[in-house]
Write a protein that binds this ligand. Structure first.
Ligand code: PAF
Length: 277
């Protein structure tokens, strides 16, 4: 496995790899990321994992400085997973001058997580486009746990006609249902026991819709009240259509229930897709 820090070196290394698949990450890797590498392996001759904590997608009150940097442990995990190239650029490499051009996602950047984290998806889309230009992959893999991010990036690639296949990988869960996330490490022992309730509430909401209930707003409000009653502070639980995360009408069949809620100081997100047939 090669560990590369500069774009020049990366381009030289990848010049002989036309079939590379990239997994963009911010490091602090867990089993969910390793699964993304597993997904990449059969699809390309060369699996590239980027590790870059992107200041541009963090709000002023968010945890950019505190975000765990675990580079050596990350490299160990990637090596064991069969990754071929780790691209770990410095901030200077990604942002050698102030980033005055940016990717401005449409309305979707202002709803749900975007409403709570202004500028977040603009920062994500901009850095991912830069990473794509640096790596020039034939495919890229993202985890569905960050559902809104997946939709923003998939729609960006489609609208800007980038020749890159976007592969969305299923969320990896602990045995009790909790979606794996770097943020789980911030939970206390008692919070960790409580955390799977987010998945439970989502599952109950999904079951109601699957059973034919169409009063989505009631289901959303009751789900949030259920979490609030257990001491959570929900930002949103919302039943949306998969394609653009707007509110569905009764003809929309491919839906997703997205949720974000704080447990203590930790903000957890999760989602469940469902198709009405
Ligand atoms: O999902 C992440 O870790 C980040 O948002 C990404 C896609 C690597 C962009 O910085």
């Amino acid at each position: 496995m090669d560990v590369i820090h500069s774009v020049t070196e990366l381009r030289a290394r990848l010049a002989r790899e036309p079939n590379n698949v990239v997994v963009p990450t911010m490091g602090n890797l867990h089993e969910g990321h390793v699964k993304l590498v597993d997904n990449a392996k059969p699809r390309g001759a060369c699996t590239v994992v980027s590790i870059f904590v992107n200041r541009m997608q963090f709000g002023p009150k968010e945890d950019f400085e505190k975000y765990p940097r675990t580079f050596l442990a990350d490299c160990e995990k990637l090596k064991a997973a069969g990754c071929n190239v780790v691209f770990a650029p410095t901030e200077q490499e990604i942002y050698p001058e102030p980033q005055t051009f940016a990717v401005e996602p449409p309305e979707i950047q202002h709803i749900l997580d975007g409403a709570v984290r202004p500028g977040h998806f603009r920062g994500v889309a901009t850095v991912v486009l830069k990473l794509f230009n640096m790596v020039q992959p034939k495919a890229a893999i993202f985890g569905k746990k960050d559902y809104q991010q997946c939709i923003v990036l998939r729609n960006m690639v489609r609208q800007l006609a980038l020749p890159i296949e976007i592969i969305l990988a299923e969320t990896v869960r602990a045995e009790d249902g909790l979606a794996l996330s770097s943020r789980n490490g911030y939970l206390s022992a008692s919070e960790r026991k409580e955390a799977p309730q987010l998945f439970k509430v989502l599952t109950a909401a999904r079951d109601e819709v699957a059973a034919g209930k169409r009063d989505y707003q009631r289901i959303e409000l009751e789900s949030m009240a259920r979490l609030a009653g257990r001491g959570w502070k929900p930002d949103y639980i919302a039943i949306r259509r998969q394609s653009d995360l707007q509110e569905p009408d009764l003809n929309d069949r491919d839906l997703v229930i997205v949720a974000a809620a704080r447990l203590g100081v930790t903000r957890l997100i999760d989602n469940l897709e469902l198709s009405i047939r």
